[in-house]
Design a protein around this ligand. Structure first.
Ligand code: TRP
Length: 334
């Protein structure tokens, strides 16, 4: 039996993924690659919708890919590739742009947030069409499942709308993809501002990066915000800092929050932090070390990415060929 397809993507927007990306997305991606024919994409075309320094973008793209592989994305099971290596993404995006309403695109809340931050004149047309490119990323691979965070729900709805619109206008072409929204329990918050999602506060001290040195991670976890109550107990509302530490422990160790609370009974926050640090380093150190090994040999890393791009191109070209035919483009003879 053939496995259903799956696609997801992550931006190469930083020099490292953080603990929230890892526990929220990557862990699930590595698990899902057994049940699905998975395509995982580093979305560099999306990254340039905001200004990027070229050398930095190149480096961040390799670092992001290296972390995917180091965390267990297996290049033989899944296609791990860089979006700009598959020209069909930009090509299908153009077609889908002609099917997207101006007002429809203008209602995307991420566009509204990001363009407000950039200022109306600084926001590019590329930022405006970002969700349409994302729809193209997805629809090229005919995936049944698209694992994403809650913040991507609206983009997935647009993707489904565009797929349905194309299908009803030109005939059945696209599989209608389902968003697989990652679980609430996998949500990791900022260590300094535990009401905000990790990475959303802008405070580097609140962020555990996969590529951080262990001594730096120790410093960040030891100085994580807690409270004055002194009791290790899960209560997101009144004890967000302690609850976040318990959540991190639980997400990595697999122990339930209840059993952890029992385990820490009569102990203080020092003991909790010591153990959380142990668990976090146990998960992160091997990934960081493997990622650094991969980065030390960029030729080998680029070879792995070429292998992923070849698999991705094969599927993407097939879909784009059908689309071009359905809309009435004459075939390009080679
Ligand atoms: N917009 C997504 C994010 O910011 C990244 C992304 C781009 C994506 N293309 C995708 C996610 C396709 C899933 C599928 O997280």
């Amino acid at each position: 039996m053939t496995k259903p397809n799956l696609l997801s993507g992550m931006q190469p927007s930083a020099g490292s993924l953080h603990l929230g990306n890892y526990l929220g997305a990557l862990v699930n991606w590595t698990k899902m690659q057994d049940d699905y024919n998975a395509f995982y994409c580093v979305v560099d075309l999306h990254a340039i919708t905001v200004p990027q320094e070229p050398a930095q973008l190149r480096q961040n793209t390799r670092i992001t890919a290296a972390q995917y592989l180091a965390a267990g994305i297996n290049e033989n099971k899944s296609a791990l590739f860089v979006q700009s290596h598959v020209p069909a993404h930009a090509q299908l995006a153009w077609v889908l742009m002609t099917l997207t309403g101006f007002g429809e695109a203008g209602r995307m809340t991420q566009f509204k947030d990001k363009s407000q931050k950039a200022g109306a004149d600084a926001a590019s047309v590329g930022l405006f069409t970002y969700p349409v490119l994302q729809a193209a990323d997805i629809l090229l691979y005919q995936p049944k499942a698209v694992p994403v965070g809650e913040d991507q729900r609206q983009h997935l709805e647009l993707t489904r709308d565009l797929a349905n619109r194309f299908n009803s206008r030109f005939g059945e072409t696209f599989v209608i993809p389902e968003a697989v929204i990652l679980k609430e329990t996998a949500k990791i918050y900022d260590l300094q501002n535990p009401e905000a999602k990790m990475s959303k506060s802008g405070d580097p001290k609140g962020l555990v990066n996969i590529m951080d040195e262990s001594s730096l991670i120790a410093k960040k976890i030891k100085s994580a915000v807690t409270d004055l109550d002194g009791v290790v107990r899960f209560d997101r509302e009144n004890k967000p800092g302690v609850s976040n530490l318990l959540g991190i422990h639980s997400a990595i160790s697999g122990q339930s929050v209840e059993s952890l609370t029992a385990h820490f009974e009569g102990q203080g926050y020092g003991a909790l932090k010591t153990e959380v640090l142990e668990v976090v380093l146990g998960a992160i150190e091997p990934i960081r070390d493997r990622a650094n090994e991969l980065l030390a040999d960029p030729a080998e890393l680029d070879r792995l990415l070429a292998k992923g791009a070849a698999k991705a191109n094969e599927q993407a070209e097939k879909t784009l060929g059908i689309v071009y035919d359905r809309i009435g483009f004459i075939p390009a003879r080679r």
